[in-house]
Design a protein around this ligand. Structure first.
Ligand code: DGL
Length: 283
């Protein structure tokens, strides 16, 4: 079991920023990554739909024999972490790590004024997962903003230019008005826009993302459950996507993770049994 891979999943390629941090901090571990590109983006979808897709992908990772699960997607973490813990940790003895609480910890350590901005997808903001997590400290003031177009920009390879800056100014205006001293990047894609966000927010504002801190949680879980890989030969990493295009996944994946992504295996619907999309309500 200890030589089994760590299962990491996201709606698409964004979770590879988390996989990158895991590979850096745990270079002897093997990673099995699934991008649910057939249903990406999760951000604009109802949380119940995200929950169903995410649980199906995690079922598949468990069927492939992973020793630990990482929900490397903020929207999925916000939508279904507790369900995942019930199903996989209590139900099957497999630890689950997510990305919301690690980022909250990092932001709480970083802020001096306790005025914290949180940016994420529409689903993440709607779930209120971040403000809920900060509630333990009544002095913390959280201002949230959904930045839906940021994911589109990153996927298109756009990290600068007038359109991006215009969108960033608009999205981040409430955070500037609230004079936050820390901005939590509550979406897998946003670390790739760090420079633009920093320029718009100003140099004094600290940007916090969950990737590094999540990797520490993975390390902690492996230690706690005595699951460190013991094999001495180099680990093999495997990347899977549920969508239909290897090429677009590969191109973006290399940007998010680097050259370790040598190939992508497409897992077509049917291999992973994905739930049918919810039927439209008819009145
Ligand atoms: N991975 C998603 C997140 O971190 C962003 C992309 C999407 O909307 O699926 O929230």
């Amino acid at each position: 079991m200890t030589d089994a891979p760590i299962g990491v999943f996201d709606s698409g390629v964004g979770g590879l920023t988390v996989a990158r941090a895991i590979l850096d901090q745990l270079p002897n571990e093997a990673v099995l990554y699934v991008g649910d590109t057939a249903h990406s983006p999760y951000g604009p979808k109802p949380l119940a739909e995200v929950r169903a897709y995410a649980l199906a992908v995690m079922d598949d990772l468990v069927a492939q024999g992973v020793k630990l699960l990482v929900i490397a997607c903020n929207t999925a973490s916000a939508a279904m972490f507790r369900d995942a813990r019930e199903r996989f940790t209590h139900g099957a003895g497999i630890p689950v790590v997510e990305v919301v609480l690690p980022a909250v910890r990092a932001a709480a350590r970083r802020t001096r004024t306790k005025r914290i901005g949180v940016i994420g997808t529409e689903g993440t903001v709607r779930s209120n997962a971040y403000p809920d997590a900060f509630v333990a400290d009544p002095d913390v003031h959280v201002v949230q903003a959904a930045c839906p177009r940021f994911v589109e920009f990153v996927e298109a390879g756009v990290t600068a230019g007038p359109e991006l800056f215009e969108a960033a100014e608009e999205y981040l205006a409430p955070l500037k008005a609230a004079q936050v001293d820390t901005v939590l990047l509550g979406c897998t894609h946003y670390p790739l826009l760090s420079a633009a966000i920093q320029v718009v927010m100003g140099p004094e504002v600290a940007l916090v993302s969950s990737a590094e801190e999540t990797a520490v949680d993975v390390y902690r879980a492996l230690k706690q459950h005595d699951l460190f890989r013991t094999a001495t030969h180099p680990p093999h990493h495997r990347f899977e996507a549920t969508g239909s295009s290897e090429q677009s996944f590969l191109r973006l994946a290399r940007r998010f993770l680097g050259p370790e992504v040598a190939a992508v295996d497409l897992v077509r619907t049917g291999s992973i049994t994905l739930p049918a999309p919810p039927r439209e309500e008819t009145s």
